[in-house]
Design a protein around this ligand. Structure first.
Ligand code: HEC
Length: 204
């Protein structure tokens, strides 16, 4: 088990921290990134995913970043990220696949190009809703097959545009956007609870 992905130290600003096991981390992918319901601990689906991760990690060096893992963080943008510029990047480089309305495309009920906002997208608890994560991911991977072709500024601008749209509620919602922001999203990289185009993001 020495090659297991390391457990994570996680917590909230005003509460206790705990060590997340791999299984708990995987549950988070269901809950936030997929906006779904996580299988319970010990469920065959989770156990299979854990086994797959251990298998993938077999023989890999420990404590060394492996090529292809994750994506590089971008330096802060030169100009403050901008919604209008982001909408232009989106129209030119993203709408073809993800749709002008951001709802992606599906075929026979299966998502081909994922929605980037709206009821079927990742939710406000997903890492992708944070600008630095979205900008880094987009720069490295999007447009699909053309990773690395956007400028850093374009990646930040389009990340801001994408994350300025409404999406499913954070499953940890406390009943108020303000307190949910204070507890989970108290960061300049999160637009949750901020006003964009006259709308408070995350408000039900
Ligand atoms: C040629 C089609 C295509 C274009 C153009 C494209 N994407 Fe994608 N995008 C995809 C596909 C397919 C996936 C799913 C990839 C996967 O699951 O491995 C994806 C995934 C994503 C995701 C992850 C969504 C999630 O729920 O995890 C984001 C964010 C994203 N794209 C943003 C963008 C942005 C921003 C642009 C424009 C700069 C863009 N994409 C351009 C095809 C495209």
């Amino acid at each position: 088990m020495s090659h297991a992905p390391s457990p994570e130290w996680r917590g909230v600003a005003d509460g206790p921290h705990t060590v997340n096991t791999l299984a708990e981390r995987l549950q988070g992918c269901f809950r936030y990134s997929m906006n779904g319901k996580a299988p319970p601990l010990g469920d065959p689906v989770l156990v299979s995913l854990e086994a797959y991760a251990y298998w993938l990690a077999k023989g890999a060096p420990v404590g060394v970043p492996i090529p292809g893992r994750g994506y590089p963080k971008l330096p802060p943008p030169t100009l403050k990220a901008d919604y209008t510029r982001g909408s232009q990047v989106y129209a030119q480089h993203c709408a073809l696949c993800h749709g002008t309305d951001g709802q992606g495309q599906s075929s026979n009920g299966k998502s081909v190009f994922p929605p980037l906002w709206g009821p079927q997208s990742f939710n406000w608890g997903a890492g992708m809703h944070e600008l630095q994560n979205a900008a880094g991911f987009i720069k490295a991977n999007m447009p699909l097959g053309l990773g690395g072709t956007l400028s850093n500024q374009e990646a930040w601008d389009v990340a801001l545009f994408m994350d300025s749209h409404e999406r499913p509620q954070d499953p940890r919602f406390t009943g108020s956007v303000e307190s949910t922001r204070a507890r989970y999203h108290n960061s300049p990289n999160s637009l949750y609870g901020q006003v964009v185009n006259g709308h408070v993001l995350g408000s039900p």
